[in-house]
Design a protein. Structure first.
Length: 161
């Protein structure tokens, strides 16, 4: 199931934004935007992630999580905790980490020559981004991220009980 949660992350929260995209959440990142009025132009349904007290005060009426920690793992835990996100909200590796687009599955034959030969031989499935054409597959990075994210969600569930 695709989660309805959508986010907009402040420039200083690039790692958190990337983690949220990895988990499949639609996340706009301020550092990728050229718009100086970034937070004023995004739609009101997005949860704003900020560490700036002034922004928090100014946008008080908007859905917002005021991030307190420097550590990206703790930042992700705070978002999971405050919004009561569950593992069922997660749709791992469904979104392009570079441009936030949904990925679609591509035919294995179509990526011959576009990915390293040893990768092509080992991986059963490949996904691509419709915007930047990046190709994704379940590599060792994939396993580490699954472990990292599932640990974050498990910890929060335990602490909430
Ligand atoms: Zn992309």
């Amino acid at each position: 199931m695709r989660s309805a949660w959508r986010f907009a992350a402040e420039a200083t929260l690039g790692k958190l934004g990337r983690d949220l995209r990895t988990a499949g959440f639609d996340t706009l990142c301020q550092h990728q935007s050229r718009d100086v009025h970034f937070f004023d132009t995004i739609d009101g349904g997005r949860v704003i992630l900020t560490r700036t007290r002034l922004l928090k005060l100014r946008l008080e009426a908007r859905p917002l999580v005021f991030i307190r920690d420097n550590d990206p793992v703790q930042q992700m835990k705070q978002v999971v905790r405050e919004l009561n996100l569950g593992w069922c909200d997660v749709n791992l590796f469904s979104r392009c980490l570079a441009c936030n687009q949904n990925l679609y599955e591509v035919d294995r034959e179509a990526v011959i020559g576009l990915v390293p030969a040893y990768v092509w031989q080992r991986q059963p499935t490949f996904h691509a981004c419709g915007q930047c054409d990046r190709i994704y597959w379940a590599g060792s990075h994939h396993d580490r991220m699954v472990e990292r994210l599932s640990a974050i969600f498990q910890d929060e569930r335990r602490e909430n009980q």
